[in-house]
Design a protein around this ligand. Structure first.
Ligand SMILES: NC(=O)c1ccc[n+]([C@@H]2O[C@H](COP(=O)([O-])OP(=O)(O)OC[C@H]3O[C@@H](n4cnc5c(N)ncnc54)[C@H](O)[C@@H]3O)[C@@H](O)[C@H]2O)c1
Length: 339
C-alpha cells in the first residue's frame, strides 16, 4: 500500500499528540520533523523514525511530502504557511492561526488563491457530544451563552508574552469562541474588559490575568466569555447555553476528556461523557479528504480565520476600551455553522 508522506514542524506538546495519532495510521508515514530546538527535533525523529531538521523552512524545501502539520507557537506562523502554499502542499495548522490578524488574513488569501486543502486544530468540533448539543440547539436555539477558560498559566516559555502568545484570549479561550460560533452562530459585536498585569499583582509575564467579553450574536442571543490564568489548576473550561426550556453545558477536563450536561423539562439531568480522541479524529478527517475518502474538512483555514477574528476582536476591545464590530467577512456565514 502506498502511504501518505507527512511531516511535522514544531515537536512540542501538541505535536506529540498529532505524531502519536499519525503513527497509529497504517496509510501514513511520518518522514520528517523539525524544531527550532535541534535536540527536540532529534528526540521526535527517533520516536517516529523520521529525518530531523532544525529549520522548518529547510524541511519544506528538501522533503517530498503529501502534507505537513504546523504545530508551532503563535509567534512562528506566517513564513511556514506561505512556504507550504508556494509548494502546493496541504497543511494542518494548530490554533491560533497567528499573533496578528493580518498575518492570518494574508495566508487565507494565499490558500484561497490556490484552492489548497487545509485544516485548523479546533478539535472540539470533532466530538460527538458537541454534535449532540448542536442537534438540540437546532430545535431550540440558545438565547444566553456563558463561556469560560479558568485555568493555571501554561509553563511554556513563550506563553506569558504578547510577542509569544498574544495572551489567553487568543491562545486558549479561542476554543470557546469557536464553540460559540459553531453552536450559536456569528457575533455582531463584542465589548470586553481585562485585568492587566501590574507590579502589584506580582504575576509573571505581561499578558492579562483575567478578561471577560460581552457578545451580541446575529441570532439575537447574548452572552459572555471569560478567561483567567491565576489558578493552580484547570478549574472550568467550557460553554454553558440556555435555550427555551433547556440548559446545556459542554466542558473539557483534558484533551480527551469532555462531557455534555443537559437539564430539561422538569429538571431532569442527562450527562454524556466522551472519551474520544478529537485530535486523532481531526487528523484522520484531514487525511481522508486528501485521499478522496471524505468530502471536506470541518475547519478549513477560512473557517478558522473567522474564529481567530472574533478572539482578536475581543482582545482588541479589552485593550483599547472600545466596543468592536466584527467586519462582514468575519460574519460571512450569518447562519450557525452546524455540521
Ligand atoms: N488544539 C489544542 O487543544 C492545543 C493544545 C495545546 C497547544 N495547542 C497549540 O499548539 C501550538 C504549540 O503549542 P505547544 O503546547 O505544543 O507548545 P510547545 O512550546 O510545547 O511546542 C512548540 C514547539 O515549537 C518549536 N518552535 C518554535 N518556533 C519554531 C519554528 N519557527 N520552527 C520550528 N519549531 C519551532 C519550539 O521549540 C517548541 O518545541 C500553540 O499555538 C498552541 O496554542 C493546541
Amino acid at each position: 500500500m502506498s502511504r501518505l508522506r507527512v511531516a511535522c514542524v514544531g515537536t512540542g506538546f501538541i505535536a506529540g499528540q498529532h505524531l502519536g495519532a499519525l503513527s497509529g495510521f497504517d496509510d501514513v508515514e511520518v518522514v520528517a520533523v523539525a524544531d527550532a530546538v535541534p535536540e527536540r527535533a532529534e528526540a521526535a525523529s527517533i520516536r517516529c523514525g523520521a529525518r530531523p531538521y532544525a529549520d522548518g523552512l529547510a524541511l519544506l524545501e528538501e522533503e517530498e511530502l503529501d502534507a505537513v502539520w504546523l504545530c508551532v507557537p503563535p509567534f512562528a506562523h506566517g513564513p511556514l504557511e506561505t512556504a507550504a502554499v508556494a509548494r502546493g502542499l496541504p497543511f494542518f495548522v494548530e490554533k491560533p492561526l497567528a499573533l496578528a490578524l493580518d498575518t492570518a488574513r494574508t495566508v487565507a488569501r494565499q490558500v484561497a488563491a490556490c484552492g489548497l486543502v487545509t485544516a485548523v486544530g479546533y478539535h472540539w468540533r470533532h466530538l460527538e457530544v458537541v454534535q449532540q448539543a448542536a442537534d438540540m440547539l437546532r430545535e431550540t436555539p440558545a438565547q444566553l451563552v456563558s463561556g469560560y477558560w479558568l485555568d493555571k498559566t501554561p509553563r511554556v516559555p513563550w506563553w506569558t508574552f504578547r510577542s509569544g502568545s498574544d495572551g489567553q484570549v487568543i491562545e486558549q479561550t479561542t476554543h470557546i469562541f469557536d464553540l460559540a460560533r459553531l453552536l450559536v452562530g456569528e457575533v455582531d459585536s463584542v465589548s470586553a474588559l481585562e485585568h492587566a498585569v501590574t507590579p502589584e499583582t506580582g504575576r509573571d509575564g505581561e499578558v492579562p490575568t483575567a478578561a471577560t467579553a460581552l457578545l451580541a450574536f446575529t441570532s439575537g442571543a447574548v452572552g459572555s466569555i471569560s478567561s483567567a490564568r491565576v489558578l493552580g489548576w484547570r478549574h472550568l473550561v467550557g460553554l454553558h447555553l440556555v435555550a427555551e426550556g433547556r440548559a446545556l453545558e459542554v466542558s473539557e477536563r483534558g484533551l480527551t476528556d469532555h462531557e455534555l450536561r443537559v437539564v430539561s423539562g422538569t429538571g431532569e439531568e442527562q450527562l454524556v461523557r466522551s472519551e474520544q480522541d478529537p485530535v486523532a479524529r481531526e487528523d484522520r478527517e484531514f487525511l481522508d479528504v486528501l485521499l478522496g475518502q471524505a468530502p471536506r474538512v470541518r475547519v478549513p483555514y477560512e473557517e478558522g480565520l473567522r474564529t481567530h477574528a472574533l478572539a482578536c476582536a475581543a482582545d482588541r476591545s479589552a485593550r483599547e476600551g472600545i466596543p468592536v464590530r466584527l467586519d462582514t467577512a468575519a460574519r460571512a456565514a450569518a447562519e450557525p455553522f452546524h455540521e
